[in-house]
Write a protein that binds this ligand. Structure first.
Ligand code: PRP
Ligand code: URA
Length: 209
């Protein structure tokens, strides 16, 4: 069974608190999502494999350990997941970036797929699926399934705020996946929004409401 890791680092929690505040405007919201993503990536990459590489310092040859950076791919779920990309790329600039387009049908709350473009060799890569919100779990579970159907074997899901219901759905559908989150919230409301949550992440990122 995959694990849930909650990042309680004070910097992450502080920034998340400002992110939740309804007075936080689009510009600050976007910057905070980027910063939190970078901090979460720092924590979530703790166990990434290193490889030994021979280099030459100004004084002598030596063997050093470097990330197998070319083996990582990040996959934001559009739209809101896009806000997490730059923060992660600032730490892992060689990562490939795929995109999965899903929106939640307002009536059924089920995910509807509208786009999918992935790097070619996802079976050989460590994949990070990104979405700031895990509510019913429908979107993230569907995105993870799309990656598996196309051959991905090593997948981690990273999100900022998760509901208990969403975590259960992803665990049920994908017991092999580890989930990295910044906060586990209380529940969903009647419209399947996370409480207390932060509202609609896509709208707050892009100022569309
Ligand atoms: C939001 C969010 C997740 C999804 C979570 O996207 O970014 O993708 O809802 O809900 P779920 O766990 O119940 O599936 P939304 O459908 O609002 O699309 P958007 O990012 O384009 O605004
Ligand atoms: N999507 C969001 O952006 N926020 C929620 O609380 C639930 C789904």
């Amino acid at each position: 069974m995959g694990n849930v890791y909650i990042f309680d680092h004070p910097l992450i929690q502080h920034k998340l608190a400002i992110l939740r505040d309804k007075e936080t405007g689009t510009k600050d919201f976007r910057e905070l999502v980027k910063e939190i993503s970078m901090l979460m990536a720092y924590e979530a990459t703790r166990n990434l494999p290193l490889e030994e590489v021979e280099i030459e310092t100004p004084l002598q040859k030596t063997t050093v350990r470097m990330l197998k950076g070319e083996d990582i791919a990040i996959v934001p779920i559009l739209r809101a997941g896009l806000g997490m990309v730059d923060g992660i790329l600032s730490l892992i600039p060689n990562a490939k970036v795929g995109h999965i387009g899903l929106y939640r049908d307002p009536e059924t709350k089920k995910p509807v797929e509208y786009y999918c473009k992935l790097p070619e060799d996802i079976d050989k890569r460590q994949m990070f699926v990104l979405d700031p919100m895990l509510a019913t779990g429908g979107s993230s579970s569907a995105a993870i399934q799309m990656l598996k159907d196309k051959g991905a074997r090593n997948i981690i899901f990273m999100c900022m705020i998760a509901s208990p219901e969403g975590i259960e759905v992803v665990h049920r559908d994908h017991p092999d996946i580890d989930i990295f989150i910044a906060a586990k919230d209380e529940c969903l409301d009647e419209n399947c929004y996370i409480l207390p949550g932060l509202g609609d992440a896509g709208d707050r990122l892009y100022g569309t409401k």
